[in-house]
Design a protein around this ligand. Structure first.
Ligand code: MLT
Length: 280
């Protein structure tokens, strides 16, 4: 029935016929999939419906006709013949999904790249956003060092495929205790990365490199917002999350025992923070 191109995971009130307090749409990070949010989808607060799409090109959603390169704003990330998957394109997909599946404003919960998409959606369609959860993400655009890392990752994906990306990323995303003691989580995260095509990796890395600075948007966000961060997040560290929360005048849930992937490393703490945030 739905015309949007995203593979969806559904859970909650709309499926089991209970009252509908609202819908929360979970946006995963890079290069992951909607199953990042399995533990949240399994424990939604009463009356809430959850939708966790695989964003375009990730999980079971096709990359399709991603946007063409913009003439090389960041040369060397995507080559001229390669697709670029912008945050705006992904936000437009999410807007279509919300229009078609919900037909009214939702809470958007985005982790890292999912947060970049949430900012883009806020710029495009603030009417669809009644609340925001910004998890392990940042408002700032990439700095020159970050752009260089993007170039290197795109080249690795082109020449070596996804395996070296998975091997390098998993230990950066997860804390050492998870790496050593929770093979199920290591396996789940590795499988999500290995399920991503090199073409999507290049396209999304180029899209992230081209994303604008969302810092000026923070002052425009007037809906209830929660910031979530793993206390050991090495990619988007706690200090940055606190500063973003201060700019938003929003609370921060600091999640112990977690690095960059709070929803899988400490799902109980994330679920409690969400339940408190979504409580009437
Ligand atoms: C993510 O988890 O989505 C990535 O760390 C985002 C990024 O590379 O900037």
């Amino acid at each position: 029935m739905a015309a949007h191109p995203l593979h969806l995971r559904h859970a909650g009130a709309a499926d089991d016929g209970k009252g509908n307090a609202g819908t929360i749409v979970f946006l995963h990070g890079f290069p992951l999939a909607g199953s990042l949010w399995d533990a949240q989808m399994a424990s939604l607060p009463d009356g809430w419906r959850g939708i966790a799409p695989d964003l375009r090109g990730f999980g079971r959603s096709p990359l399709g006709a991603a946007e063409l390169p913009d003439g090389g704003a960041y040369p060397g990330v995507a080559d001229p013949h390669e697709a670029v998957l912008t945050m705006d394109a992904m936000a437009a997909d999410v807007a279509r999904l919300v229009d078609e599946e919900v037909g009214g404003p939702v809470v958007i919960c985005g982790l890292s790249m999912g947060g970049y998409v949430a900012f883009a959606l806020w710029r495009q369609r603030p009417d669809l956003v009644r609340g925001l959860v910004l998890a392990d993400t940042r408002a700032a655009a990439d700095d020159p060092e970050g752009l260089e890392t993007r170039r290197r990752m795109a080249e690795t994906a082109r020449t070596g495929g996804v395996e070296p990306i998975a091997r390098a990323m998993v230990p950066k995303l997860l804390v050492p205790a998870t790496m050593e003691g929770r093979p199920d989580v290591v396996e789940k995260v590795g499988a999500m990365i290995r399920g991503t095509s090199p073409r999507t990796i290049v396209a999304a890395v180029a899209g992230m490199a081209a994303r604008p600075d969302s810092t000026p948007d923070l002052a425009t966000i007037h809906v209830p917002t929660l910031v979530v961060v793993g206390t050991e997040d090495a990619i988007t560290p706690v200090d940055g999350a606190r500063a973003m929360a201060a700019a938003l005048d929003a609370p921060v849930a600091e999640v112990p025992g977690a690095g960059h992937l709070t929803p899988v490393e400490n799902p109980g703490a994330v679920n409690r923070a969400l339940a408190e945030f979504l409580a009437p």
